[in-house]
Design a protein around this ligand. Sequence first.
Ligand SMILES: Cc1ncc(C[n+]2csc(CCOP(=O)(O)OP(=O)(O)O)c2C)c(N)n1
Ligand SMILES: [Mg+2]
Length: 795
Amino acid sequence: MVATAAGLAGTGADLAVLDTIQQRVLWLATRIVDAANHDRDTGDGLKVGGHQASSASLVTVMTALYFAHLDATDKVSVKPHASPVFHAVQYLLGNLDRGYLPMLRAFGGLQSYPSRTKDPDVVDFSTGSVGLGAAAPLFAAVTRRYVDAHFGARPRSRFVALIGDAELDEGNIWEAVSDPATDGLGDVMWIVDVNRQSLDRVVPGIRIAQWKQQFTGAGWHVVEAKYGRRLQTAFARPGGEPLRAWIDQMPNEHYQSLFGLPAQSVRQRFLDGAPDEVRRFCAGIADDAEFADLVKDLAGHDFCSLLRAFGECDSQKDRPSVVFAYTVKGWGLPMAGNPRNHSALLSTSQIDQMRERLGLTPATEWDRLDPAAAAGRWVADRREHLARAPWPNPPPVAVPDSTDLRASRPVSTQEAFGRILLGLSRDEGVAPFLVTTAPDVATSTNLAGFINRAGVFSPAARRSWSEDAALKWSEGPQGQHIELGISEMNLFLLLGQLGLSWDLSGQPLLPVGTVYDPFVLRGLDAFVYSVYSGARFVVAGTPSGVSLAPEGGAHQSTITASVGLELPNVTFIEPAYAAALDWLLCGALQAIAAANAAPAGTAITEDGSYYFRLSTRGIDQGPFARARERLGDELLRRQVLAGAYPLVEAGEAAAGGAPAVYLAGSGAVLPEVLAAAAELGDEGIAAHVIDVTSADRLYRAWQRTLRQGVRTATTPAIPGALRTVCPTRAPVVTVHDAASHTMSWLGSALGVPAVSLGVDSFGQSGTVGDLYRAHDLDAGSIVNAALAALSLHHP
Ligand SMILES: Cc1ncc(C[n+]2csc(CCOP(=O)(O)OP(=O)(O)O)c2C)c(N)n1
Ligand SMILES: [Mg+2]
């Protein structure tokens, strides 16, 4: 049957062709999971897994999108459990080699869930942690709006998210939808796969009315693709309207139970509790099989309804859209609609029957569509239509080595951070590419100077209703700060998309976000998501630690330093002095700029994103100035960037031949470390003070040499960065306003006893002195720790 062009929303697509394609997509997606579980010998007896039912649920929607709706510039996020459908589509389009099809979940094969960095075909958005991949395209659209306003309009992209209905349970979805920064994005379309099932169960009741209100309330355009054409035709017949009302009010559990029944039992279950007029109307449909098919006819498996819904969303230019596409989990498979089908697999004989039904054989089952037939020709046209042109080469971004920040009075790293950003905003080589963002903490994290100069981003100029001499807050399309509501999830999702703008919008940016350090943990999953996706950005966690003394335990971070050290694709940095921060921050932005400009696939730096843990504690800059004089800028900068430098060499304080100890401190607690070193010097102990600017870089250097040793079965050396700052064998005390664990490995790395001081219980309100005493971070405790370390050392 050939549909009219109007019927398929003017796409020119042919229903029969689309149906042939979707049958092949369904087959391939199902067989990809089947092959992973039944064709491969994993040798360990573990079930490989995969999601045939979740995939089947989206087959029609994804066939409609890729084969009748999308353009080459559009970007799509695919719900995690539909990855087999995505790969089947890419394979049919010729973008994936056949050899990958039996390699779902195999090492080096297709990833379980779509991955930007690990899959062999081009994935726009990674997904996996439900809710995050769904929201990512919204923030990619925020990024594109920003890029277009600052650098000129790119060819239009539509940002599409395919979302499981139970994903809407995740709070981050609603944080994203309700943030004013995501208002008015007409190029966004979310498609919710309303199969009424989650992992464990049929989702109770009827959620849709509430969701519709929530989206509408946030200014979204809502479309329902609920009933297929057969049901719509039935509703339009005389007496048909009560049937619609009956289904509309039917709880998910009741409706879903129809799917497990033989055709002859469907009528009775369907009409259980139905009013007379519905019964009367249904009596007019005599054939049981026809009746069973009719009441399960949902629009999520109807190309005309779907394409009409997509077209309707396209016409919304000034607000995002959401399509609720009603589907069947396991559509077209024997497990359709079964409440326990989430992880169910077809048996080998069911697969054999499906293959046969489609006219395929074991020899032809992986074939692409016949290029001589109508469907094959259509796919070839779509392949051409969807081929992406590479972005033009990005303009150079010239980040200086430093902003020459000088501080004569005590200064905190948070204040220095604000001044460095302000300095960069005056530098024409880098200023245009800087973009800052914060979840309602811009001013309290010292972004005000930058904001005063660079302005706040808003798609249209906004009138300011109040004057404030200290903070201008002028909003318009040229502003370079994107303000968010209080949502750390949104912060990290936006940073992630700003950090991918070179790829998704063809414009490298230098994104810098700020967040109170303890609340890094609130956004942690989105942080992980963004760096797993390959995004590069800077985030400053500030203020941090118990040095934020009066604020108390709820605002004092302790485990964030460990988190920063352990996160892959993130370099964790915690400087104490302003000039060191200047070098480190400029170095980070240089690396981001270089990585963004590198051709895809070039590994230019292993640093990834940068997490700076900063403090509001003002610190005397004198010791750093003296180290600078002693070592010279070039050497000192190199060491600061490598992760540690000798802040005080005890030769200055104690005579040669004295017992020696290394005091390795990081961040705001350095003054106490220096005081302890002086006391130890008075006692005739040579206490060398190491300022650890990046425990992460030191740890990585150590692990590199260890792994090298492990892999080559050779004796590992002490890494260069550590050897330079700790040239002799002496015990070590680590001192950190963070969990003591973060630096406790230093003793092992140096092969010496170590005593690690840090904050291992929740904080409380007080003065810095009170809290440092309470956590053994005061000079006296550090001296005692040094004596303890010396007593453990037997050279
Ligand atoms: C953050 C997170 N929590 C839990 C899971 C485990 N999980 C995977 S799918 C799923 C249910 C998803 O249901 P739905 O979104 O409706 O998808 P469907 O399979 O029905 O299409 C759950 C709980 C996950 N992937 N991510
Ligand atoms: Mg579902």
